[in-house]
Design a protein around this ligand. Structure first.
Ligand SMILES: NC(=O)C1=CN([C@@H]2O[C@H](COP(=O)(O)OP(=O)(O)OC[C@H]3O[C@@H](n4cnc5c(N)ncnc54)[C@H](O)[C@@H]3O)[C@@H](O)[C@H]2O)C=CC1
Ligand SMILES: CC(C)CC(=O)C(=O)O
Ligand SMILES: [Mg+2]
Length: 362
């Protein structure tokens, strides 16, 4: 029997609600596929500040180091918004974890599920053309990791700055991730930048072109970020793999999530060079809906599937979860944000969606 250690960090807001469903799904695949999972749960984010005085306590970091993979919920919320940036959950825990484990390669797959075209906010004829994109986002450098500085000067001349910095090495390794992924998909990489104004983007283009030489079967295109946000809505099926820097990938992946119908459908995998990873929904702690039992658990459950596939190589279990999610959506078992106002009375709760998926895995 295979046996794995998973660090479970549910976090804040809807994090614990959707994590509860993912753990039910994990128990179901454990029985079905005879795999033993030893789960260790740790505080992270705002809850960790409240309980331990720090968003990423030592015990949490050590627990993650001891694990085969990390299943992460989401963190942050209004309660901790007024803290200095360096103490906020987003920087002190999430960016810290990404940096600590060198999780540079962030995979965010987004697709319109068959039969669910009407859930997409895209115009119907455009949605019908299909949408299946893998955003590959650089996750441990760029402007989120450049040293911030503020405040200097006085009055209206007071200023603050953030720094965007990319090395050739950092660009090369994320570009390789994108080309490798494209080889297994539609053999097209669209690199998103702002090379008409940013020097980092000029280097990004140059290195991406160099990497492309090793992948003659893959078509490389470059697009400016502003145009990319527009073309995603206009010709969504013209994209396959979108290669993005940290900031642009953050923005583009939220747009891709919404094209599929909801932020609550988009999982993500953040992986380092050794295959170790942290797996989390692409969205945040959704304070506007937290505590109501209405959050969509699918992004968290699909993040679990990515953990099984990418870090543990448990392909059959991952496939079974993906299949059960597809079936659930096709059967119309949907949380409220996926439904039109007049159909909201048909909405299922977070736990009803989780239970349905578990039922399909029995
Ligand atoms: N990885 C993480 O832990 C992240 C944390 N955050 C933090 O989360 C907090 C809230 O951020 P927002 O900007 O509001 O972004 P958000 O992603 O939490 O929410 C944006 C919108 O998507 C909806 N949404 C998100 N997940 C959903 C789900 N599973 N089911 C149904 N609807 C869902 C929310 O209700 C909201 O309307 C902030 O403190 C932010 O810094 C934001 C992004 C990522
Ligand atoms: C702390 C933020 C960078 C989190 C976020 O928005 C994301 O990873 O998508
Ligand atoms: Mg984001």
């Amino acid at each position: 029997m295979s046996e794995y250690k998973i660090a479970v960090l549910a976090g804040d807001g809807i994090g614990p609600e959707v994590m509860f469903e993912a753990k039910k799904v994990l128990a179901a695949v454990s029985s079905k596929f005879n795999i033993k999972f030893n789960l260790s749960e740790f505080d992270v984010g705002g809850i960790a500040i409240d309980n331990h005085g720090h968003a990423l306590p030592d015990a949490t970091l050590k627990g993650c180091e001891a694990a085969d993979a990390i299943l992460f919920g989401s963190i942050g919320g209004p309660k901790w918004d007024s803290l200095p940036l360096e103490q906020r959950p987003e920087r002190a825990a999430l960016l810290a974890l990404r940096g600590h484990f060198d999780l540079f390669s962030n995979l965010r797959p987004a697709k319109i599920y068959p039969g669910l075209e009407a859930l997409s906010p895209l115009r119907a004829d455009i949605a019908a053309s299909g949408f299946d994109v893998l955003v590959i986002r650089e996750l441990t450098s760029g402007i989120y990791f450049g040293k911030p500085k503020g405040l200097e000067g006085e009055g209206e001349e007071q200023y603050a700055f953030d720094t965007m910095r990319y090395s050739r090495r950092e660009i090369r390794r994320i570009a390789i991730s994108a080309f490798e992924a494209a080889m297994k998909r539609g053999k097209k990489v669209t690199s998103v930048d702002k090379a008409n104004v940013l020097v980092c983007s000029r280097l990004w283009r140059e290195v991406t072109e160099e990497v492309a030489l090793d992948y003659p079967e893959v078509k490389l295109e470059h697009i400016y970020i502003d145009n990319a946000t527009m073309q995603l809505l206009r010709y969504p099926n013209s994209f396959d793999v979108m290669l993005c820097s940290n900031l642009f990938g953050d923005i583009i992946s939220d747009e891709c999530a919404m094209i599929t119908g909801s932020m609550g459908l988009l999982p993500s995998a953040s992986i380092n060079g050794s295959g170790f990873g942290l797996f989390e929904p692409a969205g945040g702690s959704a304070p506007d809906i937290a505590g109501q039992g209405i959050a969509n658990p699918i992004a968290q459950i699909l993040s679990l599937s990515m953990l099984l596939r990418f870090s543990l190589n448990e392909t059959a279990a991952a496939d079974a979860i993906d299949q059960a999610v597809l079936q659930t959506l096709a059967d119309g078992i949907l949380t409220g944000e996926l439904l039109a106002k007049e159909q909201r009375h048909l909405a299922k709760s977070t736990s009803e969606v989780g239970d349905y998926i578990v039922g399909l895995l029995a």
